[in-house]
Design a protein around this ligand. Structure first.
Ligand code: NAD
Length: 477
């Protein structure tokens, strides 16, 4: 059965369909999905525009109930939805279920936020005049998401958009439509009025572009690559629309001589290789001071030997497959580039055969890398990391910050002085001390700086900054 797009409250088949394939087993078709056209995208935008006046004035209890119901259903179905996610994206079942739970928690959080909408009342600078500051929804929000977090990223954009009274046109990544379809189905059945949330699955160059080109999309929230982010920015400036970009990373993880070795290795392995290294917050630059370098590299090698790379759904798998063939080729190309640049491939990097045909890659660790090499400067987006040897903390911090990106930054140390200094001076939106660079909570701000992000933060109460616009009203008493 072909899963359809949702436009103006109706499930629409369209003229074309596409298949989603399981990267752990390319013989397994996860599902068939209707491919929306540019006209479908325009119809979805018109529906969202028509639905906005009523939804923006809907009662907070109605919004609360729909988001609450959605959270409850996602959490009740976490095993089934987590399995679907792992089948379509290739992260392990534990990771797939974990991400699904996080999506449920996000809807739960924003169900609560609907009941906490607040403004401010201030005296004017002039006598007998009062000033009220309130937040209002923006209008039609376009949501464009990447493939690597198929349920959490849609959740952390859709939930606040609806909570604050906006209507939505949502375009998920073509590789992973299943989880997106599932949450739209849940929200639809939870009682959203027609047109409030529209799903248009399909190609970025067609459906996404139609969203960028429409003057009726009042805000776009985008997560994906730097290249597409720049297109979103240029088109949004053209239309004078609000936009928010979350893009790539080249996140550093610093290991100092005084680190607890097992804490450092655990955090580095998690940062670099879990979720197959396909996280914007993954660490692919491991910056290690001289005194611990050799011990750290040896311990990493030992730990990496114990990592099981296999079918994402198999019990005991630590690392699932790469998402598809083109990403696998990109990872392999960077492994070849690293060798050509003179880094030493210390562990892994081979393509693996398993019981089923899939995109299996042994996590790769380079040593003797410098921060000038392409493997240290460009986002690889796979299970490939490079160790850069440095003299001391000062050099480690300088190397950590010497990157065009600024999403997440981590350090392993037992020194309060260095941990405190690093938290203050890391040029990143998120800093982790003795923790992996990836793995963030659902109720606090998420985002970066420099080339990684543009606009206000996502998640937690900070999401209101993007999904609302502020009004200042003056009244003569
Ligand atoms: P991508 O840029 O190729 O695609 C992202 C989305 O944009 C997809 O839905 C795609 O269809 C759409 N798109 C493509 N062309 C478009 C166009 N012309 N107009 C409008 N939309 C278009 O990115 P991807 O490969 O899906 O995701 C991987 C990237 O996402 C990595 O760079 C990763 O770092 C980044 N990412 C960032 C974060 C973060 O929060 N910073 C989180 C996850 C992923």
């Amino acid at each position: 059965m072909v899963q359809k797009n949702l436009i103006d409250g109706e499930w629409i088949a369209g003229s074309e369909a596409f298949r989603s394939i399981n990267p752990s087993n390319t013989n397994d078709v996860v599902g068939e999905y209707a491919r929306a056209s540019a006209d479908d995208a325009r119809a979805a935008i018109a529906a969202a525009k028509a639905a906005f006046p009523a939804w923006s004035r809907s009662g907070i209890l109605e919004r609360h109930a729909i988001l609450r119901k959605t959270a409850d259903e996602i959490l009740a179905r976490k095993d089934e939805l987590g399995k679907l996610l792992s089948r379509e994206e290739g992260k392990t079942l534990v990771e797939g279920i974990g991400e699904t739970v996080r999506a449920g928690q996000i809807f739960d959080f924003f169900a609560g936020e609907c009941l906490r909408l607040a403004g401010e009342v201030l005296p004017s600078a002039r006598p007998n005049i009062g000033v009220e500051i309130t937040r209002e929804p923006i209008g039609v929000v376009g949501i464009i998401t990447p493939w690597n977090f198929p349920i959490a990223i849609p959740a952390w954009k859709i939930a606040p958009a609806l909570c604050y009274g906006n209507t939505v046109v949502f375009k998920p990544a073509e590789l992973v439509p299943g989880s997106s379809w599932a949450i739209v189905d849940i929200l639809h059945r939870a009682g959203l009025p027609k047109g409030v949330l529209n799903l248009v699955m399909g190609k970025g160059s067609v459906v996404g572009q139609a969203m960028l080109d429409s003057p009726d999309v009042h805000a776009i929230t985008f997560t994906g690559s730097v290249g597409t982010g720049k297109r979103v920015a240029a088109a949004s400036v053209e239309h004078n629309r609000k936009f928010q970009l979350e893009m790539g990373g080249k996140n550093p993880f610093v290991v100092l001589d005084d680190a607890d070795l097992s804490v450092a290795v655990e955090a580095a392995v998690n940062s670099a290789f879990f979720s197959t290294g396909q996280r914007c917050t993954a660490s692919s630059r491991i910056i290690v001071t001289e005194g611990i370098h050799d011990r750290f590299v040896a311990a990493m090698g030992e730990r990496m030997q114990g990592l099981v790379v296999d079918d994402a759904l198999k019990a005991g798998t630590h690392i699932g497959p790469v998402v598809d063939e083109s990403q696998l080729n990109q990872d392999s190309d960077y492994i070849a580039i690293g060798k050509q640049e003179g880094a030493r491939l210390a562990f892994g990097g081979e393509l693996l055969q398993r019981d089923t045909p899939g995109f299996y890659l042994q996590p790769a660790l380079f040593t003797e890398a410098t921060n000038k090499m392409r493997i240290s400067r460009e986002e690889i987006f796979g299970p490939v990391a490079a160790v850069i040897r440095v003299k001391d903390y000062d050099e480690a911090l300088a190397v950590a910050n010497d990157t065009p990106f600024g999403l997440s930054s981590g350090i392993a140390t037992t020194s309060l002085k260095h941990a405190t200094h690093f938290k203050r001076n890391a040029e990143a939106g998120m800093v982790m001390v003795n923790l992996p660079t990836a793995g963030v909570d659902f109720h606090v701000p998420f985002g970066g700086r420099k080339g990684s992000s543009y606009g206000s933060r996502e998640q937690g109460r900070y999401a209101a900054e993007f999904y609302t616009t502020v009004k200042t009203a003056y009244t003569l008493a």
